[in-house]
Design a protein around this ligand. Structure first.
Ligand code: ADP
Ligand code: MG
Length: 565
């Protein structure tokens, strides 16, 4: 019609859609999970809005999701009577991929030639609404936002452009209609008009959804007569409120995918309950891979907060410290007000207690992984170690546990990381300190002249290459009563008393022999160094530059300079 407007998808959205249209992801069934997940979020938001916003007049008596199939037209519709979207929201969220990490995903996809690796990347990113284009060659969305009079109709084939047009009468909420691709378009397509296919997919991926997912089904009687009835396909049990032995891993995994928007299974499940003065249930997950925006300030962080089954907010930062920002899941706190704001939550004493317990439990889970599941622990540490180390700076209360779960590279073994306990166990007789070196890469540190004396002595050195390492080693200072000492700072003393006396005598002789040279070099280099002195730390290199014990290291210096100090 003449009110329709054709608009272009934003560039990144267009590229992502191309991947969906040309279907490089083989498990097509997940499109339904994504649409149901969005519908469920929309119902959560409407219920919260109706409770919090007294001016919003909406009917919330029968909030539900509906699946409708038209076999003749080959369409599948997912409908909800949730919060809905305004015209601007439709354009904003459906025409644009707002998710942080999209550019990074696309770059990695371009670099990767291997189809399996590409699928995995897409799964880790979780494509959301666009998954509809894996099974449909045309998608129609109609939405009316709660409290608004008119609606919006959106339509696209997923190829570059979409149209939007106002519609006068639309039911409140959103309906998404898929014009299904021909059944033979792709080997991985199931018949999404078949009742049993839909039933199975809903049961497998969306059983825990808290709202009824309904479908009208046909039944043929003994006399060949057909009747129809409306059935609810899901059990609607809030997983976090059930006890652990009632829930199987597959259910946990699908729930994780709903709350995290990840398509891959989680690495660990943490299910806990708090009783007493402040009741809560928590169902948390450690993902199996880091999100692409782990280090971006726009990245999603934190878990969802519910109050007695009512969804309150996504990304509740008050419930987990920043260094555990990759943890996903749900906390249902029973005694909070539905109106609670983010600011008040940060101050709430009970929330602080819950947060403390969650942190302890998560760290205990990691500790158990490390002790009993080496392979999974390795995955955990390679994905999240660099973030967890931030906890050594921020979270003094758990420093001891954090030091126990820490792993670092070391000269002991080029292929394996070590923990601090392992280092201490291998310390040489007469060695009293733990030595470490910081730098940009393992090979850079290993080739540094500072390493020579340690190599000669057979002393192990921890090789720290994450930017955060410099900061935590300084902050922590010691482990198990032994000082953490940089091999590049101050006077490093590797010798026994006797060796020292001998060496001192030798040095004194040398100082006299070289006095003129040292004076001359000191004057020549006066602008660049504080002092030129003879060193016992080198074995083959002629000279090296060392910092004072209290100087900042070159890496830190670089970091501060980059930050504009
Ligand atoms: P995500 O769910 O991870 O945010 P999606 O691609 O699945 O990403 O959805 C994008 C956005 O579109 C949602 O965040 C939401 O704002 C909006 N949206 C999608 N489906 C619906 C719906 N049924 N009702 C209301 N809003 C929706
Ligand atoms: Mg979604």
């Amino acid at each position: 019609t003449d009110r329709a407007e054709t608009l272009e998808f934003q560039a990144e959205a267009r590229q992502l859609l191309q991947l969906m249209v040309h279907s490089i992801y083989s498990n097509k069934d997940v499109f339904l999970r994504e649409l149901i997940s969005n519908a469920s979020d929309a119902l959560d938001k409407l219920r919260l809005a109706s409770l919090v916003d007294k001016d919003l007049v909406v009917d919330t008596d029968d909030l539900h999701i509906e699946i409708e199939v038209d076999k003749a037209a080959r369409t599948l519709t997912v409908r909800d009577n949730g919060i809905g979207m305004s015209r601007d929201e439709v354009i904003e969220v459906i025409g644009t991929i707002a998710k942080s990490g999209t550019a990074e995903l696309l770059r990695k996809l371009r670099e990767s030639a291997d189809a399996g690796a590409k699928q995995e990347l897409i799964g880790q990113f979780g494509v959301g609404f666009y998954a509809a284009f894996m099974v449909a060659d045309r998608v129609l969305l109609t939405s009316r936002k709660a409290g608004e009079a008119g609606g919006t109709r959106w339509e696209s084939t997923g190829e570059g452009t979409y149209t939007v047009e106002p519609v006068d009468s639309a039911p409140q909420g959103t309906s998404v209609t898929l014009h299904l691709k021909p059944a033979d378009a792709d080997d991985n397509l199931h018949d999404y008009t078949a009742e049993w296919t839909i039933r199975e997919i809903v049961k497998r991926y969306s059983d825990f959804i808290a709202w009824p997912i309904r479908m009208t089904v046909e039944r043929t009687g003994a006399e060949g007569d057909t009747t129809t009835e409306v059935q609810t396909l899901n059990s609607m049990k809030a997983l976090w409120a059930r006890s652990r032995d009632e829930v199987d891993d597959a259910e946990y995994h699908e729930f994780y995918k709903h709350v995290s928007h990840d398509w891959a299974d989680p690495l660990e499940i943490v299910h806990m309950k708090g009783e007493g003065t402040f009741e809560y249930e928590a169902l948390l997950f450690i993902p199996s891979h880091a999100p692409l925006d782990l280090f971006s300030p726009q990245g999603r962080r934190g878990v969802q907060l519910y109050v007695k089954r009512v969804f309150i907010m996504d990304d509740c930062e008050a419930l987990t410290p920043n260094y555990l920002r990759f943890v996903k899941g749900v906390v249902d706190a029973h005694d909070l007000s539905l109106n609670i704001s983010r600011e008040i939550l940060q101050q709430d004493r009970q929330i602080q207690v819950v947060r403390r317990r969650l942190v302890r439990k998560i760290l205990a889970t990691v500790k158990d992984l490390k002790a009993n599941h080496a392979e999974r622990y390795r995955t955990f540490w390679s994905e999240f170690g660099a973030v967890v180390k931030e906890g050594l700076i921020d979270d003094l209360e758990n420093q001891e546990t954090l030091l126990e779960i820490l792993s670092v590279a070391s000269t002991n073994d080029p292929a394996e990381l070590t923990d601090l306990a392992g280092y201490v166990a291998r310390m040489k007789d007469g060695q009293s300190d733990i030595y470490y070196a910081t730098g940009e890469s393992r090979s850079m540190i290993e080739n540094s002249p500072h390493m020579e004396a340690f190599r000669a002595k057979g002393y192990e050195v921890l090789l720290l290459t994450d930017p955060v390492d410099e900061v935590w080693v300084e902050r922590v200072g010691q482990y198990d009563g032994r000082a953490l000492r940089s091999i590049a700072k101050g006077q490093v003393d590797l010798d026994t008393e006797e060796e020292k006396k001998e060496a001192e005598a030798e040095r004194e002789r040398q100082r006299q022999d070289y006095a003129d040279l040292l004076t001359w070099m000191g004057e020549a280099l006066a602008d660049s160094v504080k002092e030129v002195r003879l060193s016992s730390r080198l074995t083959t290199s002629p000279a090296c530059v060392v910092g004072d014990a209290h100087d900042i290291t070159p890496t830190l210096e670089k970091m501060y300079r980059a930050m504009g100090h």
